[in-house]
Design a protein around this ligand. Sequence first.
Ligand code: NAD
Length: 428
Amino acid sequence: MGTAKPTHDDEGAQHEESALETARRQLERAASIVDVDDGTIERLNHPERVQRVSIPLKRDDGTIEVFTGYRAQHDSVRGPFKGGLRFHPGVTEEECIGLSMWMTWKCAVMDLPFGGGKGGIVVDPKELSTDEKERLTRRFAEELRDVIGPKHDIPAPDMGTGPQEMAWFMDAYSMQEGETTPGVVTGKPPVIGGSYGREESPGRSVGIIAEQAIDYYDWDVNETTVAVQGFGSVGAYAARYLDDLGATVVAVSDVDGAIFDPTGLDTQDVEDHDARPGMVSGYDAPHSITNEELLELDVDVLIPAAVGNVLTADNADDVQASMVVEGANGPTTSAADEIFQERDVPVVPDILANAGGVTVSYFEWLQDINRRQWSLERVHEELRTEMLKAWDAVREQVDERDLAWRDATYAVALSRVADAHDSRGLWP
Ligand code: NAD
């Protein structure tokens, strides 16, 4: 790293940055690229609404505990709010606002008729029984009932929640409304209006976008090597998609470590972390390496798909990959981003690459409204079409304005949101 370090923002400071600070900084940067009215930027710096609720829960032993929940609704100029509900002890109001802003850009870059939302409960779900989780989820649905709905705000699973929580949430809402309302949440089990292909969609979109990027740089996919950090829901599907295309996936990892085979791993044979924890790092591969070493492998494409802030000012100079495609949300700190730009290492951002999740959520919402389920083949086909449309819009900005991929992506998203604000104007 040597002399590079002082010129880049300190990594320690990066870790301290809250999701809201990151979101505001990104908005400021996007505003410097796109010609947008200051008043619109000021509006976008604030959420439209944040609902804070107290959720009383009767524990299995009969005692009462009160949990705090939030729903942040950032911007609805293009349509209802959309975004996850997480059950996690680290949930804060600020985090929900920041993440809801990211959702606004993610929906806009995909040209979905949604704005950003995010919410959650400050709770460790591992400390609750299944019955307690059900009671908590149902009561949360009731507390939020006034501010959500298929035309207002459509939550989805996030950290600590999944199809079961969405099913309880939808049932509670439907009971109170007096009619079955599947479109109030997405990520439900298919038997009650969930979409086929929802689970694999973020990883699949990472694969589709990586495929386009490989093609953009005129690389032969059959000679492209790939390393994936985090062989979970996103990483495993991305790795398998690229493996199926002919790329050589040389390394994958889970929280315990990474496996490396320079001749290529059989990604179908490696079980993902969710299926059986420990099976990735425990897989019989020629080399076991650390997660840090995986990030610095000499590969063509690096896909960080585990957690945020793994590519930092401390390791960005040692990353040997020719391109980074972000699978996780926020895996690259802004300091690392700057280093990659100086080193001409393209970084294709999260809000484009992993947007397959919210896109198939949109498909689920359409299916619910129309009361007609799509086949898996149709979901895959339409997802590909939407991803290519978004890719083309971003690529055009890269080519025409010589922007980095992240800047081009934010430029597309912010222009769409700002144009919508401009057209609708401000209610006096
Ligand atoms: P997951 O829990 O299914 O998988 C995460 C994987 O990363 C696991 O293999 C786990 O062992 C590994 N991991 C966890 N902590 C790690 C660490 N510190 N170092 C290295 N590996 C670690 O999670 P997921 O749903 O695949 O989500 C991964 C990322 O993608 C997150 O940033 C998430 O916010 C983002 N994302 C998920 C979705 C979705 O719908 N699942 C959509 C968009 C973005």
